[in-house]
Design a protein around this ligand. Structure first.
Ligand code: ZN
Length: 261
C-alpha cells in the first residue's frame, strides 16, 4: 500500500527545479495500491509543484464524417455507430477514461481550470496563461507556454506513447497535422491541428535518457524531463529522418497517410 507521504518524498527525489510548472501524464493502476487512490497522487503532486497541467481530453465528442480532406488518417464513413454514441462537449464533461483518473481528480478540484477545446482540453492549477494560449487551430499551444516557463514533463507509470509534448514538437518541426470534428451545442466544430499517432514514440526513450530523472513509487516508474529537452530531441530525430516516430502497424491509417507522397 502506497501512502501520501511516501509519494511526496518520491516526487521530491526527481528534483524538478523549485516552482517550475509540470505537465503530468499518469496511470493510477501502474502504482499498485495507493491509499486514497487518485486524490492521494494528485495531492502529493500539488504538495510538490505549485503549477500542474494535465490533458483533459474528451474523445467521446468526436464525429467521423462521410467525406473530408485527403490523407487525413481517417476512413470516412466508418463512424456510423460511434457517431450515434457521440456526446456534446460541455465544460464539465469528465476526462476520457483513456487519459486516466488522476486528470479527472484534478478537474474536480475546486482550484482547477479547464480550457474549452471540444476534444483536446487541458486542466490545471495556476496555469491560466497556458490554458488561454490554446486555440482551435493550435490545440497543443499550452505546452508551448510551459516550455517558455522552463516547464517539465512528468510521466507517472506511463511511457512516451502518451507524451503529448512529442506531438507538439512534431508540429513545431512542420509535420502535417490532421483535421477532426467534434460535436458541440453550437454544432459540429472542425478541429484542425490534430496530432498523429503516438505508437512509435518509444524510440525517444534512448535519446532522452541523459536528460531524464527516474524514480520508482510502488510498481510505477516515474520519469521527469524538461519540456525543452523533448522539443530539441524531436527536432533532431525528425531532421535526420522525417518518417521517424511513425509506428510500424500496417493498419495504422494515420502513419500510413504520412508515408504517402
Ligand atoms: Zn501509427
Amino acid at each position: 500500500m502506497i501512502l501520501f507521504r511516501s509519494l511526496v518524498s518520491t516526487f521530491r527525489q526527481l528534483e524538478v527545479p523549485t516552482g517550475k510548472p509540470v505537465l503530468v501524464h499518469s496511470s493510477l493502476s501502474a502504482f499498485g495500491e495507493v491509499q486514497g487512490g487518485a486524490n492521494t497522487v494528485l495531492g502529493a503532486l500539488l504538495a510538490c509543484y505549485p503549477t500542474v497541467l494535465m490533458p483533459a481530453f474528451t474523445f467521446k465528442t468526436m464525429l467521423i464524417p462521410e467525406i473530408g480532406p485527403d490523407k487525413n488518417g481517417l476512413v470516412y464513413g466508418s463512424g456510423k455507430d460511434s457517431n450515434r454514441m457521440a456526446e456534446f462537449f460541455r465544460p464539465d464533461m469528465p476526462v476520457d477514461k483513456l487519459i486516466g483518473v488522476i486528470p479527472e481528480a484534478l478537474r474536480e478540484n475546486p482550484k482547477a481550470h479547464r480550457s474549452n477545446h471540444p476534444i483536446l482540453s487541458f486542466v490545471g492549477i495556476n496555469t491560466e496563461a497556458a490554458l488561454q494560449a490554446q486555440t482551435i487551430e493550435n490545440p497543443l499551444a499550452p505546452i508551448g507556454t510551459l516550455a517558455d516557463q522552463d516547464g517539465w514533463v512528468i510521466l507517472l507509470g506511463v511511457d512516451h506513447t502518451v507524451n503529448t509534448t512529442i506531438h507538439y514538437a512534431e508540429r513545431l518541426a512542420g509535420r502535417r497535422q490532421f483535421v477532426r470534428w467534434a460535436l458541440t451545442p453550437e454544432g459540429v466544430v472542425e478541429c484542425p491541428g490534430f496530432p498523429g499517432c503516438s505508437n512509435g514514440f518509444s524510440v525517444l526513450e534512448q535519446p532522452l535518457q541523459k536528460v531524464t530523472r527516474q524514480v520508482k513509487a510502488g510498481n510505477a516508474v516515474i520519469k521527469a524531463m524538461p519540456i525543452r529537452a523533448i522539443l530539441d530531441a524531436v527536432k533532431t530525430i525528425l531532421a535526420k529522418d522525417p518518417l521517424a516516430l511513425l509506428c510500424t502497424q500496417t493498419d495504422c491509417e494515420r502513419c500510413q497517410d504520412f508515408r504517402k507522397k
